[in-house]
Design a protein around this ligand. Sequence first.
Ligand SMILES: Cc1cc2nc3c(=O)[nH]c(=O)nc-3n(C[C@H](O)[C@H](O)[C@H](O)COP(=O)(O)O)c2cc1C
Length: 190
Amino acid sequence: MEFKEILKRRTIRFFKQQPLAREDFNAMLEAARQASCASNKQRLRYIVVQTKELVDAILPHTAYAGLVTPRRNPEINKTAPAAFLVMLAEDTSGKHIYADAGAAVQSIQFAAWERGIGCCWLGSFKPEKVAELLNLKDPAKIIYLIAVGYPAENPVTEDIDADGNPAYYLDDNDTLHVPKFTVDAITEWM
Ligand SMILES: Cc1cc2nc3c(=O)[nH]c(=O)nc-3n(C[C@H](O)[C@H](O)[C@H](O)COP(=O)(O)O)c2cc1C
């Protein structure tokens, strides 16, 4: 897939009930480990949660698409993700760990999209519940979750000018529209 196609990636919140292959996870994790990170400290770690029992147990402790709640909440056995990637920080000190995490998540999302796999980057989740389910001692080390799986929805992108409204919305056909400011709207040239 050409990079300009990968850039058309959109967040996916409804998934086909189809497992991912080990090589799919490897491609995402390879992208993560190659991402830029402050001082090259590489403080991010991952847990691949792929057993149905655990995925289903974690799902209620994650939150989706707050602007259209509850219409993009994935459901067990219908639209649930195939897996969660759990991103952990070995050490959360210093100001750059979330920048490191962002670079890694975006790389993961692009690697997934190239393989026809969708992701939902999750900042809204209950760390204590997730830590308990995964037998992790320190919930604060969980930085993000990423729900992954084959897409069962086709969000569409809309270009908007500087005065446009960036709030995503669902139309009458239950298609998610994701407005994005144009380059002109977000850029000044000097
Ligand atoms: C830091 C961060 C946290 C996010 N947390 C959530 C979340 O908890 N639940 C969710 O459904 N989407 C979450 N998202 C996805 C955004 O809603 C999504 O990126 C945005 O609507 C734009 O859509 P796009 O990814 O298709 O460009 C998060 C994105 C970022 C960058």
